[in-house]
Ligand binder design. Structure first.
Ligand SMILES: Cc1cc2nc3c(=O)[nH]c(=O)nc-3n(C[C@H](O)[C@H](O)[C@H](O)COP(=O)(O)OP(=O)(O)OC[C@H]3O[C@@H](n4cnc5c(N)ncnc54)[C@H](O)[C@@H]3O)c2cc1C
Length: 491
């Protein structure tokens, strides 16, 4: 007899959702194996902003998820419903039509119901005011679909999941890293070999759910799959997501899927540590660039800062910055927009000056070119009506690259500059799974007894990513994986 009904590998958002779902679906003996020590538990989920993108048709639906939000001044007047077709349109646009349609349908059609399931489990949600909300007059305006986060962000989300799994009687083994999948004679996955505090051991289970993240913290794999300069990128989250689960699955014939040369990476404070800081979590992010300019070390702009709302560009711009000379850029703002900078900017001190000349003197870049760039931008900017709450069409044209929205002149001292680099969040390449979260093999058939969820699912995101989709995907596929893995008991 197997040691467990379901063995879940990893202890982040996807894994813990899978373990709860497996218990709900009738699995009695469920174990979660976590490579990290207890004090480092929670994976990338702990470091996250806790934001969930999900489809909802009416404000009443939204208020089912955030019932206390009515007490917030200016809410929900500035919220637009986000029906499934809007989520679809965003995902298709952002991934250049490359998202796996079958998986995207699973993600989008289950997104609302799954977030409601989380709330029913006891996970509290709140409007993500400091992340995406912009006060315009008396109304908080929201980027489309990016409105709700777990209370106390990733730290609260992770803590809540651990409380829930404890109540559900799920066993957790810390410092227990799985490194090999066990298969029986019929090719069915029958457990894992893991290295725990007492040494290596076989842990058998009737099903295995892999939920142990992507390869974002693995420098060699980053060099191999993403190419230089990704090997020297800072990692925004856990150092434990080394691609172990991907390697184990590929070793037994799982099918690689999605964009293995792509990843999610964001503009972060250039002084951020090499790996995520458990206290700072996601506060190194620097995402208010749509209201300013970004200059590289050559003193040039290199991207349309106002191409779209931040949650539709930030996951791509990290990589664009990383690919600039020395992987550094400066975000430059003037006093007119200082109040619009996300509160996360308060975790570092900007370089400030009363004139643009004095500002660039204090930056480590080509100063003459930087001033020319800003002057050319200022000549092209300032036409139209500035509205921070939506794409306002206030464009600076005739410069390369143009700035498509929020193109106010930089003309009001004091001026501010924040040095940024690109930090990797998670890799896009993963395993092929089906609508039951079964891992598909290179023979295009499900590998019996093996499921995957979270960052390990390949195919959903390509080149870019709509903010808040990762956590939703983790719970959607985690919930399905857990239920499927438990159901196998009766097969
Ligand atoms: C700073 C930051 C902010 C983010 N903000 C958001 C956000 O607001 N909204 C959003 O949707 N997404 C966000 N993301 C992305 C999202 O949080 C992650 O992609 C998601 O949490 C991943 O969940 P997961 O369960 O797949 O993996 P993780 O939460 O990373 O969990 C994987 C776990 O597996 C463990 N593990 C690894 N290898 C092994 C092994 N061999 N054996 C056992 N255990 C192993 C790890 O230790 C880890 O605990 C953010 C990510 C970061 C880093």
């Amino acid at each position: 007899m197997a040691d467990y009904d379901v063995v879940v590998v990893g202890a982040g958002n996807a894994a813990l959702a899978a373990s709860v779902s497996a218990r709900e679906a009738g699995a009695e003996r469920v174990v979660v194996l976590e490579k990290a020590p207890r004090e480092m538990r929670g994976g990338n989920t702990h470091y996250s902003g806790g934001m969930f993108r999900f489809a909802f048709d009416t404000i009443e639906d939204l208020l089912r998820v955030v019932p206390d939000a009515n007490e917030l001044a200016g809410f929900p007047e500035g919220v637009e419903p986000y029906p499934r077709d809007a989520f679809w349109a965003d995902l298709l646009r952002i991934t250049n039509g490359r998202t796996d349609r079958e998986l995207a349908e699973v993600l989008i059609s289950n997104s609302f119901d799954t977030v409601c399931w989380m709330v029913a489990q006891g996970i509290e949600m709140e409007p993500a005011v400091s992340l995406g909300g912009v006060m315009v007059g008396n109304v908080i305006k929201w980027p489309k679909g990016a409105i709700v986060r777990a209370k106390h962000e990733g730290v609260g989300l992770s803590r809540s999941w651990f409380e829930i799994v404890a109540r559900r009687g799920v066993e957790i083994r810390y410092e227990t890293g799985a490194w090999k999948l066990l298969c029986n004679g019929g090719g069915r996955v029958a457990g894992v070999v893991a290295k725990g505090p007492g040494g290596g051991a076989e842990i058998t289970g009737r099903s295995v759910v892999l939920a142990c993240g992507g390869f974002e913290a693995n420098q060699a794999w980053r060099a191999q799959y993403l190419g230089p300069p990704w090997d020297h990128a800072k990692v925004r989250g856990t150092k434990h997501n080394q691609g172990d689960g991907l390697r184990m699955a590929l070793d037994i014939g799982a099918l690689a899927h999605g964009q293995w040369s792509g990843c999610h990476a964001t503009p972060i404070n250039a002084e951020a540590p090499a790996y995520g800081d458990r206290e700072l979590t996601d506060k190194t992010n620097r995402l208010s660039y749509p209201y300013g300019l970004m200059l590289n070390k050559l003193g040039r702009r290199f991207v349309d800062e106002g191409e779209d709302q931040q949650f539709f560009t930030y996951a791509r711009f990290g990589g664009v910055i990383l690919n600039q000379p020395e992987s550094i850029a400066y975000q430059i703002f003037d006093a007119k927009v200082r109040h619009l900078l996300e509160p996360r900017y308060a975790t570092s001190e900007p370089v400030t000056a009363d004139t643009l000349e004095r500002l660039v003197e204090r930056l480590d870049l080509d100063r003459a070119t930087a001033l020319e760039t800003i002057e050319a931008y200022n000549r092209a900017a300032g036409r139209g009506r500035f509205d921070p709450g939506e794409c306002d069409g206030m464009a600076a044209k005739g410069i390369e690259p143009p700035k498509s929205n929020w193109a106010q002149r930089l003309d009001t001292p004091p001026y501010l500059a924040y040095p940024v680099t690109g930090g990797i969040t998670f890799s896009f390449g993963g395993l092929k799974v089906d609508e039951r979260a079964r891992v598909i093999g290179t023979d295009w058939r499900p590998i019996p007894g093996l499921y995957a969820c979270g960052e390990m699912v390949g195919g959903l995101f390509h080149s870019n990513y709509p903010g808040g989709s990762g956590l939703t995907s983790g719970v959607v596929f985690g919930r399905i994986a857990g239920a499927s893995a438990a159901m196998k008991q009766s097969e």
